[in-house]
Write a protein that binds this ligand. Structure first.
Ligand SMILES: C[S@@+](CC[C@H](N)C(=O)[O-])C[C@H]1O[C@@H](n2cnc3c(N)ncnc32)[C@H](O)[C@@H]1O
Length: 204
């Protein structure tokens, strides 16, 4: 199994993931009214080329995007500039990164499978600690199902979650939403399916 080269994918013209924000981003934004969102801080972990971190910024958030790919972050910054929107970006590896400042929303889509199992307890405990009272953690993660084949473009640096695993890290928070879905995907040009857990949890 190879490692997917995001820098290479993001070096090509256009936007690899397109311009539309992820549904989880829109859903997370909708949980606060426009007035409540103003000045709130969000961090998008694994923001790629910025489709979600930019949407958060458009909606009034002070938005920070973190990714391991410098190429992705550069594209996100250029896109934000084009729209006259301010975002901050940080190049970092989520495996070793620990948050050191507080956010109202800690958000990640399509990225937390890059955290190996043995660091997850410490990592999620850090995300929780640096979420303000009343704030949200919103994540989706790929989960392993014995009846689904491993996707063709799955990398050796990706690690499935167990169904419901996210909930175990957030047992002491209010679970605003949790869902497991099976999705059709065509990444890499080969039709396949993913099982995905989606969770939004609130620090009470
Ligand atoms: C599937 S993409 C999702 C991108 C973005 N969230 C979106 O939905 O458009 C996964 C992202 O995770 C980033 N990534 C992979 N491993 C990482 C790591 N160890 N630390 C930080 N980012 C990582 C990749 O560069 C890529 O941008």
């Amino acid at each position: 199994m190879p490692v997917f080269n995001y820098d290479e994918a993001y070096s090509k013209p256009g936007l690899y993931w397109g311009r539309e924000p992820n549904p989880l981003c829109l859903e997370t934004i909708a949980l606060y009214s426009a007035v409540d969102r103003e000045g709130k801080r969000v961090v998008d972990l694994g923001c790629g080329e910025g489709r979600d971190v930019i949407q958060f910024a458009r909606e009034g958030y002070e938005a920070v995007g973190i990714d391991i790919s410098a190429r992705g972050l550069k594209k996100a910054e250029a896109w934000a500039k084009e729209e006259n929107i301010v975002i901050s970006t940080i190049q970092s590896d989520l495996v070793s990164l620990r948050l050191g400042e507080e956010f109202d929303v800690v958000y990640s889509s399509g990225t937390l499978t890059y955290l190996p199992q043995d660091v997850r307890r410490a990592v999620f405990s850090n995300y929780k600690r640096f979420t303000r009272q009343g704030g949200l953690n919103a994540f989706n993660v790929f989960v392993e199902k014995p009846f689904l084949e491993t996707p063709p473009d799955w990398g050796i640096d990706e690690h499935f979650y167990i169904s419901g695993e996210l909930l175990t890290y957030y047992w002491d928070w209010e679970i605003v939403r949790f869902e497991e879905r099976i999705l059709d995907c065509n990444s890499g040009g080969v039709p396949h399916k993913h099982a995905m857990d989606v969770m939004i949890a609130r620090r009470v």
